[in-house]
Design a protein around this ligand. Structure first.
Ligand code: ZN
Length: 118
């Protein structure tokens, strides 16, 4: 009987050792297998990209941005909410707000890249 463990992996990888964006040749352990939803069918396929090209993979950036907006807003409200509401937000605290949004963006992006390593 054929092992069906590969059924959970998206199919349609035509050139598994080439980055689909920059055409860089990759070893069998380099790069990332990134899911891509079809625009015409409900199916999901996968593409191989090098790490540099994976960093600008639009679906991953969309997910990281959504995570950043939700978690960053919650963390900002938790950490700076009282100061913001009281109107006492100083320039010494303003720099913390973009960093508070950047942390979940970075964690989400790094997690996605680690989970899609080949
Ligand atoms: Zn590439």
């Amino acid at each position: 009987m054929h092992d069906s463990s590969s059924d959970s992996q998206p199919e349609s990888i035509h050139a598994p050792n080439v980055c689909i964006r920059c055409l860089k040749h990759l070893s069998s352990t380099q790069g990332h297998t990134l899911p891509v939803k079809s625009t015409t069918t409900p199916e999901t396929s996968a593409v191989i990209k090098c790490t540099a090209c994976s960093l600008i993979h639009i679906p991953m950036l969309k997910r990281s941005t959504i995570t950043c907006l939700i978690v960053g807003t919650l963390l900002t409200l938790l950490n700076q909410g009282d100061v913001i509401i009281s109107g006492l937000l100083t320039s010494a605290l303003i720099w913390k707000i973009p960093l508070t949004y950047f942390v979940p963006f970075g964690v989400s992006t790094i997690s996605a890249l680690l989970n899609t390593r080949r």
